[in-house]
Ligand binder design. Structure first.
Ligand SMILES: [Zn+2]
Length: 74
């Protein structure tokens, strides 16, 4: 069966280079880290080097949820 790759929304949170940092609002980007750029970025941001992550994770959906409710865990 052909797996349809829908045009996914581009977010750091579903990029293959991210890992949870300040979950779910911010992620740590390995790509930027190795490029000597600020590695901690917003989950719902993305850069030109965005590459869809192989695994689904909850970062994007959780970040969206928080953005909607306006919750600010600080
Ligand atoms: Zn994630």
């Amino acid at each position: 069966m052909k797996k349809e790759n829908k045009s996914k929304e581009r977010f750091c949170g579903n990029c293959d280079s991210h890992s949870a940092y300040y979950y779910p609002r911010q992620v740590f980007c390995m790509r930027r880290f190795t490029a000597n750029k600020e590695p901690v970025v917003d989950t719902l941001w993305h850069c030109e080097d965005w590459n869809l992550g192989a695994q689904e994770c909850c970062c994007v959906s959780e970040a969206k949820k928080q953005a909607e409710t306006g919750e600010n865990p600080s």
